[in-house]
Design a protein around this ligand. Structure first.
Ligand code: FAD
Length: 308
């Protein structure tokens, strides 16, 4: 068995594996797709100390750094079930392939995925005007016109954030009213360069072959269609944690995120979690790496204390 078994090969899992391996303990990492969301990212400009990098390049560097150490990398392997072993027993992770791997401690860093609108043009213009992360891509739209899709807390927060950077924000909500906290709605309505459209269903992302030029939505009350000309669309209709495979073996939040304490410990002794899959707020690369490192040090501490 491994001393530390990491599930997930994004920035969180890579950091966890490196920190464990540097303690000289047996470390394994299972990943469905090494690199995680970073693989889907174009420019990255907030990875502190690196002014600019690109997703596939950073993903390759993550893998190279992990492979500098004696880490057993099991790539293109999907975890299908977690069977906790209690405070001193072995935890088992069953893979979809039918194989099974065991660890004295486990670190879960299976990340999350942005909910997509599922309309024509969305996938085609991803990273060409269609964006999901205002903290990441907001500055790219400085002085331009953007829409935010979704009037929940994340959508309204994104619209307030972007209004300070871009020329104009159109917030589009499917429901007849915004669902964000009242204080956020008040702030949003006080901004001069924001238009709020409710009861609207986005039906198409329009582009010129190279980048986004607009979107079409249907007014659900009048049942007619409208066109908004713009350069960017931020989709904020939910971030879904990859926890379906865990069933109910760990305490999850009502959004399905793994509940962790300040050390990355979950509700099961010896099982830790890090990154976008957890309740830790703000889903970012540097945060996932910090949390992965922390969870790994916590796992090491657990091993020392449990005589492992
Ligand atoms: P992830 O990166 O999601 O990695 C999860 C890993 O777990 C993957 O290897 C996945 O294959 C694996 N996995 C999932 N389920 C299973 C399973 N059942 N079994 C085995 N493995 C599994 N952040 C920034 O800081 N700056 C940016 O500029 C930026 N831009 C972004 C642009 C886009 C388009 C997107 C989608 C995200 C962006 N982010 C950015 C967010 C950032 O990518 C994430 O916060 C970060 O990747 C989270 O790391 P993680 O390790 O927690 O999870």
């Amino acid at each position: 068995p491994f001393d530390v078994l990491v599930v997930g090969g994004g920035p969180g899992g890579a950091a966890a594996a490196i920190y464990a391996a540097r303690k000289g303990i047996r470390t394994g990492i299972v990943a469905e797709r090494f690199g995680g969301q970073v693989l889907d990212t174009l420019g990255i400009e907030n990875f502190i100390s690196i002014q600019h990098t690109e997703g596939p390049k950073l993903a390759a560097q993550l893998e190279a750094h992990v492979k500098d150490y004696e880490v057993d990398v099991m790539n293109v392997q999907e975890a299908a079930e977690l069977i906790p072993g209690g405070a001193t027993g072995l935890h088992e992770v069953k893979l979809k392939s039918g194989a099974s791997v065991k660890g004295k401690t486990v670190i879960l860093s299976t990340g999350a995925r942005w909910r997509q609108m599922g309309v024509p043009g969305e996938a085609e213009y991803r990273n060409k005007g269609v964006a999901y992360c205002p903290h990441c891509d907001g500055p790219l739209f400085k002085g331009k016109r953007v829409a935010v899709i979704g009037g929940g807390n994340s959508g309204v927060e994104a619209a307030i954030d972007l209004a300070g950077l871009v020329a104009h924000v159109t917030l589009i909500e499917f429901d007849s009213q915004l669902r964000a906290d009242a204080v956020l709605q008040t702030k949003l309505r006080s901004l001069p360069n924001v238009t709020i459209i409710t009861s609207a269903l986005t039906i198409e992302v329009l582009g010129n072959g190279e980048k986004v030029v607009g979107l079409r939505y249907r007014d659900r009350n009048k049942d007619d269609e409208h066109l908004v000309e713009l350069e960017g669309i931020f989709v904020q209709i939910g971030l879904i944690p990859n926890t379906e495979w865990l069933g109910d073996v760990l305490a999850l939040s009502d959004r399905g995120e793994i509940e962790v304490d300040a050390r990355g410990a979950t509700s099961q002794p010896g099982i830790f979690a890090a990154g976008d899959v957890t309740t830790v707020p703000y889903k970012q690369i540097v945060i996932a790496m910090g949390e992965g490192s922390k969870a790994s040090l916590s796992a090491f501490d657990h091993l020392i204390r449990s005589g492992g």
